[in-house]
Ligand binder design. Structure first.
Ligand SMILES: Cc1ncc(COP(=O)(O)O)c(C=O)c1O
Length: 395
């Protein structure tokens, strides 16, 4: 293979780009995980990561991917045969359901066509119909990465309150944390699950869980078997910096740098940047005349934009062309959407020009696959940047 000059762009909706400063932190010599230096870093990370979750509660950090976080949320709060309610917004909501079933839980599923967010009224109806109050938890994916759709967690919480139902609220924020507001405390979420490889700008390897007092109380009577996933010894690390087993210590050192980068940019600016990038991607797609997968304009994600491909055009071929011709990697369709959509990731350590480059690569590549698009989508995305005003050296 001949060499491709220039930089490659990882525009997946996770794993995302890892900033150079984080890569340098990850490359630091591994520390004694039972030594004072590491324990000090771990305590500071656990103390500060709560801000990204919008919580003052301690956060448990497991060496795991997001799927491990799902399992931890379930085994610490539920018992075999418990009923849970979920809404199948897409591939990841369906995958969490599979985990729940594998653990022996009974799952009531509210179906969608994978093109819209959770309907809070449907949650309220299902909970009101549960006269016996046997549903123990509601499982929600905040940002459905497979469809580019964001659900309104505050509205879901309000619907649960309206139904006067005591179920726990467990929320997956794997692809929203660090990219869009997550308010564990204000939304009164019981367990907020996330992972390192998206808005936190790290490689895969950490599962993070913010846990309410209600969830901790639920654990007292929850009998699903747990050992590795027991969150109590993990929560103890907030005070001691000592983990029950070997933590992913370089990742925790890297997380220190990620948190510092987020704080230096300011969370408000981080969220505004993600909003702008979502608007840029949508402006280009709509200008091209292609269809956004998420059918509800108000629910279109600020972290990932999914685009339906015209019939007969396979996402794998388009993605391969983007990689070979431009060094750009974007996501494809998952599950029911396999070969039917492209997913442009715009979360993590991304700037305006990276989004413009990605959109330019798409505008050049798609016609080669027979996609008939109106040229000028990149211009439409640039107009979004211009409308947001430019940051000048003087400002
Ligand atoms: C919303 C969401 N939840 C859960 C997961 C599963 O996480 P992991 O692949 O880290 O196990 C993903 C992965 O992309 C995701 O996007």
């Amino acid at each position: 293979m001949t060499r491709r000059a220039g930089r490659s762009l990882l525009q997946l909706p996770g794993p995302t780009n890892v900033p150079d400063a984080v890569l340098r932190a990850l490359a630091e010599p591994t520390l004694d995980h039972r030594g004072v230096v590491f324990e000090g870093i771990a305590r500071s990370v656990i103390a500060d990561v709560g801000e990204v979750f919008g919580t003052t509660s301690p956060v448990a950090i497991f060496p795991a991917s997001g799927t491990g976080g799902w399992e931890a949320a379930l085994v610490n709060t539920l018992s075999p045969g418990d009923r849970v309610l979920t809404c199948e917004t897409g591939f990841f909501a369906a995958a969490w359901t599979r985990v729940a079933k594998a653990l022996g839980l009974i799952v009531d599923v509210i179906q969608t066509d994978w093109r819209r967010p959770v309907d809070p009224a449907a949650i309220a109806d299902a909970l009101r119909a549960d006269i016996a109050r046997s549903i123990r938890a509601v499982l929600i994916v905040h940002n459905e990465t497979s469809t580019g759709t964001t659900s309104d967690v505050a509205a879901i919480r309000a619907a649960m309150d309206g139904a006067r139902h005591p179920a726990l609220l467990l929320v997956d924020t794997v692809s929203s944390l660090g990219a869009m507001p997550v308010e564990h405390d204000a939304w009164r979420v019981d367990v907020t699950v996330s992972a390192s490889q998206k808005g936190l700008m790290l490689p895969p390897g950490l599962a993070l869980l913010a846990i309410s007092q209600t969830a901790r109380t639920a654990k007292l009577s929850a009998t699903l078997p747990r050992s590795y996933w027991d969150w109590d010894p993990m929560l103890a690390a907030a005070g001691t910096g000592a983990f029950p087993y070997t933590p992913a210590s370089n990742m925790i050192v890297g997380l220190r740098t990620s948190l510092d980068l987020l704080a230096a940019e300011g969370m408000g600016n981080v969220f505004a940047r993600h909003r702008r990038h979502g608007a840029m991607a949508r402006a280009a797609v709509e200008h091209w005349g292609l269809t956004l997968l998420c059918a509800d304009p108000a629910a279109r994600s600020e972290a990932v934009t999914a685009v339906l491909l015209p019939e007969g055009i396979a996402d794998t071929a388009v993605r391969r062309g983007l990689l070979d011709n431009f060094g750009v990697t974007i996501g494809g369709g998952l599950g029911l959407l396999k070969d039917r959509c492209l997913r442009i990731g715009h979360l993590g350590d991304v700037d305006d020009l990276m989004i413009i480059s990605t959109l330019a690569a798409l505008e050049l590549e798609l016609p080669r696959h027979g996609v008939d698009l109106a040229p000028g989508g990149v211009q439409a995305a640039m107009a979004v940047v211009a409308a947001h005003g430019m940051v000048t050296a003087a400002s």
